[in-house]
Design a protein around this ligand. Sequence first.
Ligand code: NAI
Ligand code: MG
Length: 362
Amino acid sequence: MNYKIVTLPGDGIGPEIMAQAVKVLDEVGNRFGHTFNYEEHLIGGAGIDELGSSLPQATIDACKTSDAVLLGAVGGPKWDTTSNGDRPEKGLLKIRETLGLFANFRPALLYKQLQHASPLKVEVIGDSLDILIVRELTSGIYFGRHERTICDNPKDTYAEDVEYYNVGEIERILRVGFDSAMKRNKKVVVVDKANVLATSKLWREVTQEVAKDYEEVDYSFMYVDNAAMQLVANPKQFDVIITSNMFGDILSDEASMLTGSIGMLASASLGEGTLGLYEPSHGSAPDIAGQNKANPIATILSVAMMLRYSLGLESEAQAIEKAVECVLDKGYRTGDIMSVGCKYIGTKEKGSYICEAIKLGN
Ligand code: NAI
Ligand code: MG
């Protein structure tokens, strides 16, 4: 089969990790007889620099007619002052919204080979962890009104960020989360702050309604502050976590560290149809950009999610996941997951080893 994949490398380490993702996808194409046609476009700082926009129209048009979109990362101090109010991250928020990608899947998966890279004690983390965070992506406080009001007395000057959710937005993300739970261990925790926030109270009411359609799913609620604590105290209690945009952003970074490094955490953003956007959960890591140090696994595992969710290619997705395991088994590590007795390798080498494992059918 032929597929049209839009690649958006972005800034910082984005282009380096994207190069490895494309290399791996081509290897999958070779082994399984698919052709992936790439169309590369600008987003973020790269868009601001070349076309004066963090999300050029050509990028939107290409994404809309693609089978799937692969994104590297965007952002960096370079654009703090130079972009006339535009910011690299605005391009990212806008593409998710424009494509209607309201559901963000962030699996926090611990590979047994990285048990010692986790900051948690082995007794707590064990040799496996598999949590799926389902984060609402196109509403909530990130999309509410952001405003500053300047007052005569500078001390009275204030700013507001509005958290907004309507019933339809809450219901559709809950259904996606409960559907995922049905394919896993039928266990959901909805994370909120219902002791304070009106939006969270609405989430609880809608959850109780939606749950009636999923009688087999065991669901409960947890306040976000407790969830932050429970994730480090007893992470194994979680299977699927469903939560709002901001809480999901924060908790998924926390969960990623349990697995050793944010450089391991993939993500998928999906809407009503099959078109999805796939990207690592980390940012553009300006501190290590251009040095062949970035771990490309988060992006490569995002490619596996793309094959599974947008293209329906399950065996191909599993081939990538097995190849990643194989390379970890051999002890090849980038700096972020390095431990005693392992062999240090760079970004490109890691991509190449993963390709080799795919080719050999490991
Ligand atoms: P970051 O995720 O870029 O980096 C945090 C730390 O993790 C850094 O020490 C970095 O070196 C390390 N790191 C990240 N990815 C890595 C990888 N693949 N391999 C090895 N180490 C890795 O977050 P930070 O520093 O808060 O943000 C940097 C820029 O990225 C900011 O402009 C931020 O707004 C943007 N950002 C973009 C995101 C995206 O494109 N989806 C998400 C998060 C942040
Ligand atoms: Mg984040």
